[in-house]
Design a protein around this ligand. Sequence first.
Ligand SMILES: Cc1ncc(COP(=O)(O)O)c(C=O)c1O
Length: 388
Amino acid sequence: MDYPLASSSWGTEENAALQRVIQSGNFTMGENVARFEKSFAEKVGSRFAAMMSSGSAANLVGVASLFFKKDQPLKPGDEVIVPAISWATTYYPLQQYGLKLKFLDVDLHTLNMDTTRLKEALTPRTRMVVAVSILGNPAPLDKIKKFCDENKLYFFEDNCESMGAELNGKQCGTFGDIGTYSTFFSHHISTMEGGLLVTDDEELYHLALCLRAHGWTRQLPEGTSLYQKKEEDFFEAYRFILPGYNVRPLELSGAVGLEQLKKLDQIVAIRRKNAEHFVKLFKNDERFIIQKENGKSSWFSFTLILNPALDLDRSEILETLKKAGIQFRIITGGNFLRHDVIQHFDYECIGPATNADLAHDRGFFVGNFPFEARDKIDYLKKTLDSSR
Ligand SMILES: Cc1ncc(COP(=O)(O)O)c(C=O)c1O
């Protein structure tokens, strides 16, 4: 049996949407992207959404926006608290803008930031916490938000792995000053490449619109603190006010996003149903620690960490999976501190990253799907049992 890491949720609707854009001949960011952004903001319950060319671009623009706020902007040398497990492009914009990273270990069961040392990580230079809900599972966003509010810190939510997840009835990605999502192929919805930034803060939204497209004024409403229109239209056409990027999405992505968004609830419901079966099969299997749901996960995939109390060899297990055609990966890149790129960062780890190391050395994940996958999960269990 084939057990891939991910699979497509596209159908004829997405193909028709692509064809409509092709027929129109308008490929650069326009009406489809704008409609997708509006629908997405409504769906997650945020005031504003801006689509970007990727989730990484949304992280970059989001961090950059905080550096150009009128009041209390971030400054190089400021400190930001981050979890030890996340995707590389959660961290890169922080490094690129000169922030110092304070790493916290993750909880071994949820795989999200362990908040017990948050206070220890706090210094007079701390300005922000970045929370990441790993593989669909809500991070302790309520606790982190409270900590940020109490200490007047920005709260940045990289929700690129957890679209559709909820905590206390609120969509993940909407707890912070800024939240980001990815719509890359393997994610809950796919626009080929793509990402979104959401915020309730109008100033941050305007900054993001400007930074997304050349740092120019074209998408901005006139007469805000960020942009006062001048007399001459000639110069207004190409007016640059911030050192920005070009990370605009294509109309093709916006049009597909609109179709995919209609399917999101159904996709998440099926993923949850698959997860129920996975949990049932593996929760009492003492060989593995599986991800413990916090709130309502949208179950990007299924994680397995070999029980540190048992003498189990991951490479042997992975070899068995490989032979059986079951694909796997390290959990979100594992402990980021163990990657070579860390030498380029200004950072400190608050306490040992023991659990991130365990996930790195003894963990892996396998795919979950936007279709009913009981048979695949049974096959996974059977294959793992055969390697005992
Ligand atoms: C936590 C996290 N942040 C950011 C990204 C980057 O998203 P993209 O691949 O759309 O650039 C990913 C990618 O999977 C991710 O897992």
